[in-house]
Write a protein that binds this ligand. Structure first.
Ligand code: PLP
Length: 376
């Protein structure tokens, strides 16, 4: 099988698994327990917190572990509007992951003002929306990089143009570990991270909450995570997350160069062999992640068939968000870029990791060419 769906999830590194195992098998103490076995877990968690926080230039106390990106997004949006009462309005982009757009829509159904920002044909939010902000207590949630096309937003441009009383959140699940991230330089208040997109374990992520924000738990229970997220922490998953971050930081430049070369090769093969294809990932390298290439076909009416035939050819790809694949819904991201329903259904997202090779990319495009010919 050729696995080209690394934006859905990645294969866990052997080295990371090895680091996790003792925390499942031997050191099973509850990190909240006061005796030595518990304290050992606590120390491991706090060391991981320090290392992960340092990777994005945050203070360790600002990093709260969650079960992943979905929980972090839900908690940040819902607690800001409800439990913490920090915001009475939400602004999101039209291409957010459902882990942001669905809680935002739910909050709107509860009376919170919601504005959804359009994007241009590259998928970028255009400056200027700040002038019509409806509340000076808005929470603005704009993702750093999109999971379907890889387009990167200009997060740095937000802070200088909105009142200091507004809060800014960015979902960085796709960009974290792939391109440099510095929460202080970004001038934002909340950030969402996840481990399983960078060869770490599933079920662990984090929300970063800027120091000084009076943030209250959304999930109630014990007093873990500084009273901001109840529930026994998992030392094994947290240590796995720490190691995934450590390796990603060390290898970031090499991985990025490698994935960019795969992306470039794939782009030129598609342009050469499939003339009716439309590539939805911006060509300018500063506007896109190196790890994703999204392509759509306006003349194909059965989008799902593309994925099924690719699967039969031994190539694992998706049409965007793993959560919507199989549901036959046109991608909301591609529709926001101006694509028709048909075109937004007939899309393939290729996403790369350090494990992929040029040969795999060439094979995948060979198969794609055959599949598209057979469906045309
Ligand atoms: N946000 C984005 C941009 C994603 O791509 C994903 C996962 O695909 C999530 C959030 C959800 O993260 P998790 O799978 O850790 O819940």
């Amino acid at each position: 099988m050729i696995y080209l769906d690394n934006s859905a999830t990645t294969q866990i590194d052997e080295e990371i698994l090895d680091a996790m195992m003792p925390w499942m098998r031997d050191f099973f103490g509850n990190p909240s327990s006061a005796y030595a076995l518990g304290r050992k877990s606590r120390v491991a968690i706090e060391e991981a917190r320090e290392e992960i926080a340092a990777s994005i230039n945050a203070h360790p106390a600002e990093l709260i572990f969650t079960s992943g990106g979905t929980e972090a997004n839900n908690t940040i949006l819902k607690s800001s509007c409800i439990e913490s009462n920090l915001a009475d309005a939400l602004v999101i982009s039209s291409i957010e992951h459902h882990a942001v757009s669905h809680p935002a829509e739910w909050l709107a159904s509860q009376g919170v003002t919601l504005d959804i920002l359009d994007v241009d044909s590259n998928g970028r939010v255009q400056d200027g929306w700040q002038d019509s902000l409806r509340s000076h207590r808005s929470l603005i949630s704009i993702m750093h990089a999109n999971n379907e096309t890889g387009v990167i937003q200009d997060i740095l441009a937000i802070r200088p143009r909105v009142p200091e009383t507004c809060l800014i959140h960015s979902d960085a699940v796709q960009s974290f570990g792939k391109i440099p991230l510095d929460i202080q330089q970004m001038g934002i208040d909340f950030l969402t991270l996840s481990a399983h997109k960078i060869h770490g374990p599933k079920g662990i992520g984090a929300m970063v909450i800027r120091k000084g924000i009076d943030f209250k738990a959304h999930q109630h229970g014990g007093g873990q995570e500084r009273n901001r997220r109840a529930g026994t922490e998992s030392p094994a998953l947290i240590v796995g997350f720490q190691h995934a971050v450590r390796i990603a930081m060390r290898e970031m430049d090499a991985r990025s160069m490698h994935m960019r070369s795969l992306q470039d090769r794939m782009r030129s093969l598609i342009q050469e062999h499939i003339p009716l294809a439309r590539i939805n990932t911006p060509e300018n390298a500063s506007l896109s992640l190196p790890s994703i290439l999204n392509v759509s076909f306006q003349h194909i009416h059965d989008g799902e068939a593309i994925l099924q035939l690719m699967d039969m050819a031994g190539i694992a790809v998706s049409n965007g968000s793993a959560c919507v694949s199989g549901s036959q819904q046109p991608s909301h991201v591609l529709k926001a870029l101006g694509l028709s329903d048909t075109e937004a259904k007939a899309a393939v997202r290729f996403s790369f990791s350090k494990h992929n090779s040029l040969e795999e990319v060439e094979r995948a495009i060979q198969e794609l060419t055959t599949v598209i010919d057979s469906l045309s």
